[in-house]
Design a protein around this ligand. Structure first.
Ligand code: ADP
Ligand code: MG
Length: 453
């Protein structure tokens, strides 16, 4: 296997773990430029990517490479102009290369944010469109921003990728900051964990905690990533309590409700559940159209309604993608100095819209389920009867059956040599539950998002 093939194989795995936007942003134009004595050297296009990859994706990259080539023990990132054919990325038409398409950027632009608060003024209540899908979360957010610390504490907002959680959290922060110069801090749970670990390393933990205890409004984004890191959870718990007791406002987001975050410590879970929990679901067609129109207003380039309608009808589950599609069409229109027709629009957006369901196999399902529940994949495929494994394993059985139509005996064989009747029983049970159990429906939906990326 040469470097190129190895990297392609690793990218295949890395891609399963990231949103498409993040994958494209960080792994475009990367490649293996050297491999010797257990060290793989990855070429990246610039210093920013280098830092980001090293800090955020080191483990993921190492794991993906080691799965294919176990002798690799270490990874190094270096700036280089190697161009790699990163699957979809390389297949994009050349013309688009010079334009940075917004859906290909990371979700939250830290570079534009205030260094102290991490707030980006772009995310305001004014620019946030409300529909029935997000009305509860929006109302709770507004309520909280007007009665900090007293109305709902904590406020916990959850929902899928690109549906406005960060926007809403930031809007609360901006409102609080602008109105009364409250001491606001927005931070992702990953960054919180990193800073905490650094503080521990450098003997600065007391200062770290003191700083947090001075905050009036603490906003923790994507708290699902806080899972599993015990020390982090413990310190966070103490900071949480200290702020809570002083009636300081705490706002949290996650991709799922607290009870579905498998490795969240019980005491944190019960704290999160002690305030207000609001979800964001998917916007309906009319709202998608309104969102597109409002985004278009700030762009100084008109587009006919039928184009907006086409986009709204075809992109349903992610507002970031909706915006990305609009920007793509606008870029086309500006570059070619024409207004695109619907059929041109459909071509421009073909990579976003008509991507057929990704081809997957049962291993993708096992991986997605084990990641979701933070378990080792091996536990799912062996005889292990630990109680916490039973449920995720049944989910795997159900998904293998539903998504791939695999036979019961084959599923049983792949999951620790179980009898086909066991599999049948699990699938029937889950099928029934899916009809009424909303939590399960959401979980399955999130897992499928992971499977199909
Ligand atoms: P999440 O944090 O849930 O992944 P974001 O808050 O980052 O999603 O939203 C993705 C993009 O969609 C952002 O550019 C955001 O401004 C925009 N967006 C999300 N919800 C709305 C909304 N209700 N009205 C207007 N723009 C929205
Ligand atoms: Mg977000």
């Amino acid at each position: 296997m040469n470097h190129e093939e190895l990297w392609q194989a690793a990218l295949g795995e890395i891609e399963l773990n990231l949103s498409r936007a993040n994958f494209i942003t960080w792994f475009r134009n990367t490649g293996i430029i050297d491999k010797k004595e257990g060290l793989a050297v990855i070429g990246v296009p610039n210093g920013f990517s280098k830092e980001w990859l090293a800090n955020k994706y080191y483990k993921l990259v190492l794991k993906a490479l080691r799965n294919i080539s176990p002798e690799i023990k270490e990874v190094n990132f270096t700036i280089s102009s190697v161009l790699s054919k990163t699957g979809e990325v390389a297949k994009k038409p050349r013309k688009e290369k010079s334009i940075i398409l917004p859906e290909e950027q990371a979700g939250f632009d830290e570079l534009e944010a205030n260094k102290e608060t991490n707030l980006n003024p772009r995310y305001a209540f004014d620019s946030f469109i409300v529909g029935s899908f997000n009305e509860l979360a929006h109302a709770a957010a507004q309520g909280v921003s007007q009665s900090l610390g007293t109305l709902y504490n904590p406020l916990f907002i959850y929902g899928g990728v690109g549906l406005g959680k960060t926007h809403l959290l930031q809007a609360i922060g901006n409102a609080a900051y602008n109105k009364s110069k409250e001491k606001v801090k927005y931070i992702s749970s990953e960054k919180f964990a990193t800073e905490l670990i650094n503080a521990l390393k450098n003997g600065q933990i007391e200062k770290f905690k003191d700083d947090y205890r001075k905050i009036d409004v603490l906003i923790i984004d994507d708290v699902q990533f806080l899972t599993g890191k015990e020390k982090t959870q413990e310190e966070f718990f103490h900071i949480f309590n200290s702020l809570y007791q002083k009636n300081k406002q705490i706002i949290i987001s996650s991709d799922r409700p607290p009870k579905a975050i498998a490795t969240l410590e019980e005491r944190l879970r019960s704290r999160f559940e002690g305030g207000m929990i609001a979800d964001i679901s998917y916007p309906e067609y009319e709202t998608r159209l309104v969102i597109l129109k409002s985004k278009l207003e700030s762009k100084n380039t008109p587009l006919p309604n039928e184009i907006l309608e086409y986009i709204a009808a075809n992109i349903k589950k992610n507002i970031r993608e909706l915006e990305g599609a609009l920007n793509r069409v606008l870029a086309f229109s500006q570059l070619n100095n024409t207004v695109p027709t619907v059929s041109q629009t459909s071509k421009i957006l073909s990579t976003i819209i008509s991507s057929p369901k990704k081809l997957i196999n049962y291993k993708n399902i096992i991986k997605a389920v084990s990641d979701f529940y933070d378990l080792a994949a091996d536990d799912l495929i062996t005889k292990c009867r630990k109680r916490e494994i039973v449920w995720p394993r049944q989910i795997v059985m159900y998904l293998m059956r539903e998504e791939l139509k695999i036979s019961y005996p084959f599923i049983g064989e792949k999951l620790g040599g179980r009898d086909h009747t066991t599999v049948m029983y699990a699938c029937e049970k889950l099928n029934k539950e899916m009809e009424t159990n909303e939590t399960l429906q959401q979980e399955i939906c999130l897992i499928k998002e992971r499977i199909y990326g």
